[in-house]
Design a protein around this ligand. Structure first.
Ligand code: DP6
Length: 351
C-alpha cells in the first residue's frame, strides 16, 4: 500500500534525548531513461519517470550534530564542499530544511555542520543535487531511527526518498538501485508522486551490466536551470501529449528492462532524450541546450551502431553533454572504435 504525507509525520514521543552525534552517508546519482519534466504542488511530478542508478558517482556526506539547549524555529547549519565553506549552496539547503521540518521536526534540535564531497569530478556535468539531497536525507532518516521508536524498513526507505524529493525532484530516485520509478502510474504497483520506489520485478541480466559514459561537451553551470524548464511545462502547448507519452513509456520501459529487449530499449531511450530537448525548444520562451557537438556525437553514435550492430545508445539530461549507455561486454569495442574517433573528453564508467 502506498504511503500518504500523513504517514510521514512523526506522532511518537522522543525515545532518546538529542545528543551530539556524527553521521555519515553516501548516495548515488541517477540518469533518467524516461524523464521527469514538469511539476505541480510542492515538488510533485507532472508525470512518472524511471532511472538507472549511477552507483559509481556518489556523494559522501558527514554531518556533525551539536544538540542545542534552546530549540529555534530555523535549522542552524553550515555547508562545506570538499572541506571548504560554500555559502552559495546554503539557500537551497535552507529551503529544503524548511520544507521537510513538518515531517522531521527534530532537525531543529541540533546545529548542523554538513561536509560533502563527490566521487565524480565537478566538471562532469552530473548533477550533484540528486546524490547530495539523497545523502542528506539518508542522514536525517538515520537520525530519526536513533531518536524515535522503530518503524518498518519500508517506511524508512520511502521516507528517505520522500525527503530527498523535497530537495530536488530527481533526488527521490537516488536512494536505491538499480532502477527507480518516481510518480504514480496506475498500472505499476506501489508507485507514488510522493517518493520513488524500486520496481518489484527482476531486471534482465544484461541491464545489470550497463554502463554510462558521459561525453563532455560543456563543463560548468547550466544556462537554464531545470527548475525553470519544469515551470515552463505548466503552459506548454504539448503538455498533455507529453504526459501521455511519459505514462506509456514508463510502462514500456519496465517491459524492456524485464525482457532485455535492447532494440526497443534503445529506440525508447533515444526518443525520450530527444523529446526532452524538443520540449525545451518548443516552450515559451524557447531555449536550446544542445550544442553543435551534441548533435555531432549523436550522429556518431547512430552511425557507429548502424555499422557495427552494437547496442549502444545515448540519452541527455538538461544540458549539452551526452550519456552513452551500453552493456559492459562491448566496452572494449567502444573504446577502440567510437571514442578514439571523437575528440571529446569522455568520462567512463558511471554506473
Ligand atoms: C532533465 O530534479 O534537477 O534531469 O526538482 O527542480 O530540482 P528540481 O529539478 P531536477 O530535474 C531533473 C530533470 C531531468 C530529468 C530527470 O532527471 O528525470
Amino acid at each position: 500500500m502506498a504511503f500518504t504525507e500523513q504517514d510521514f509525520i512523526i506522532r511518537e514521543k522522543l525515545l532518546n534525548q538529542p545528543h551530539d552525534l556524527v553521521i555519515d552517508s553516501e548516495a548515488p546519482s541517477n540518469i533518467a531513461l524516461v524523464k521527469y519534466w514538469g511539476k505541480y504542488g510542492v515538488q510533485l511530478p507532472m508525470n512518472p519517470s524511471i532511472s538507472f542508478t549511477l552507483n559509481k558517482s556518489q556523494t559522501q556526506t558527514t554531518v556533525y550534530l551539536t544538540a542545542l539547549d534552546k530549540i529555534s524555529d530555523k535549522v542552524s547549519f553550515k555547508f562545506y564542499l570538499d572541506q571548504k565553506h560554500q555559502a552559495d549552496f546554503e539557500p537551497k539547503i535552507a529551503g529544503f530544511f524548511k520544507k521537510i521540518k513538518k515531517f522531521v521536526p527534530f532537525i531543529t534540535y541540533f546545529n548542523w555542520k554538513i561536509y560533502s564531497s563527490n566521487s565524480f569530478p565537478h566538471s562532469s556535468g552530473i548533477a550533484s543535487s540528486a546524490s547530495g539531497f539523497a545523502a542528506l536525507s539518508k542522514i536525517i532518516v538515520d537520525l530519526e531511527k536513533q531518536l524515535y521508536p522503530p518503524k518498518t524498513e519500508t517506511y524508512y526507505a520511502y521516507k528517505t526518498s520522500f525527503l530527498a524529493r523535497l530537495g530536488s525532484g530527481s533526488a527521490s530516485r537516488s536512494t536505491a538501485h538499480p532502477v527507480m520509478i518516481w510518480g504514480h502510474h496506475p498500472d505499476i504497483k506501489q508507485t507514488s508522486d510522493l517518493y520513488a520506489i524500486v520496481p518489484d520485478f527482476e531486471i534482465h541480466p544484461i541491464f545489470k551490466t550497463y554502463k554510462d559514459s558521459i561525453i563532455l561537451v560543456e563543463k560548468g553551470q547550466k544556462k537554464v536551470s531545470s527548475t525553470v524548464g519544469h515551470t515552463l511545462m505548466n503552459t506548454h502547448p504539448f503538455k498533455n501529449i507529453r504526459k501521455q507519452h511519459a505514462y506509456e513509456r514508463v510502462l514500456q520501459m519496465t517491459r524492456y528492462l524485464k525482457s532485455g529487449d535492447l532494440e526497443n530499449f534503445i529506440k525508447l531511450t533515444e526518443a525520450e532524450a530527444l523529446e526532452l530537448h524538443a520540449l525545451m525548444m518548443t516552450s515559451s520562451p524557447n531555449y536550446i541546450l544542445m550544442q553543435p557537438d551534441t548533435l555531432k556525437i549523436i550522429h556518431n553514435i547512430r552511425n557507429f551502431r548502424k555499422k557495427t550492430g552494437l547496442p549502444l545508445c545515448f540519452t541527455l539530461d538538461a544540458g549539452a553533454n551526452v550519456h552513452v549507455l551500453y552493456p559492459d561486454e562491448i566496452t572494449q569495442q567502444l573504446q577502440q572504435l567510437l571514442f578514439s574517433k571523437i575528440e571529446f573528453e569522455t568520462i567512463h564508467d558511471y554506473i
